[in-house]
Structure formats: C-alpha cells, structure tokens
Design a protein around this ligand. Structure first.
Ligand code: ZN
Length: 150
C-alpha cells in the first residue's frame, strides 16, 4: 500500500502525538469511549512486525510494554488489551487499551458492537469517564518521562 493513502502517515493526523523518536511515535488515540486508549506507531510504512529487524522489533515492543506499565500504574484498568491488526491500515501500530467493567464493550473486544446499558449503567460510566479524563494529563506526562528512557 502506498503511504499516501495511509491515515497514519497523514501529517494532519499527527496532532495527538505524545512522544516520538526517529523510530516510532506514541499517540493518544482520542477514543471518547476508551479514555487513555494509546497507540504505538512505527514511523516507517511497513505492514508486518517481521518486516522489522530484531533490534527494531525489540524497540517497538519495549515501547508497548512501557505504555502498558504506565497505563496500569496511572489509570488502574482491570485489564489492558493489546492488539496489532493493520487490516484496514497495513502500517504497523499497536493498540494499548485500558478496559473497565463499565465500558461500553466490556468484556468484548472494543471493536465489538456496544452492549445495551441501563440508564444507571450509562450514568455510572459518565461519572467514571470524567474521573478517568482527569487522570490523563498525569498519565501522559509520566508516559513521556518513561519513554524518554527508551
Ligand atoms: Zn502508513
């Protein structure tokens, strides 16, 4: 796939970059249903993990582990989901997704249809999400500090 068609390669989509180096970047996915949803994107336009050499594979996975670790510490999700598909966008990127029993898909994958929720469940989620939104500044700051050690 030509990188010109790739939304990850479009500089207009780079506004949510939290951290970057010459190899990879980490972005806030900006998914309102999943506050803290973070993506680790390899800078070069490659389709598969095995297109990377051993050292680069290690680098991107180290970044993913750092994101997961900081996410667990700062946001305290009940589960972290890691995913790497690239079916729509054949450009290596990892999804690091904090999950909570109140989120709209739990315990399904975040790409599953939303579950029916009662008014009370929706209300509880709205309150919870606002609390999570308030943690994001600290989460992102810590993430940058830790990624600086990469
Ligand atoms: Zn791309």
């Amino acid at each position: 796939m030509h990188s010109g068609n790739c939304p990850l390669c479009n500089p207009e989509n780079d506004h949510d970059v939290l951290w970057r180096n010459d190899k990879l970047r980490v972005i806030d996915a900006g998914e309102p249903d999943f506050p803290g949803f973070t993506r680790v994107i390899w800078n070069d336009h490659i389709a598969e993990m095995t297109d990377l050499d051993q050292q680069d594979r290690q680098s991107i996975m180290d970044a993913v582990w750092m994101v997961e670790s900081v996410m667990r510490h700062e946001l305290m999700p009940v589960k972290v989901n890691l995913a790497q598909f690239g079916n729509y966008v054949p450009h290596v990127h990892w999804h690091v997704i904090p999950r909570w029993p109140l989120d709209s898909r739990y315990p399904d994958a975040v790409w599953a249809p939303a579950r029916e929720r009662s008014f009370e469940q929706q209300l509880a989620w709205d309150v919870f999400r606002e609390q999570q939104d308030n943690l994001l500044t600290s989460y992102h700051a810590t993430l940058r500090d830790v990624l600086d050690t990469l």
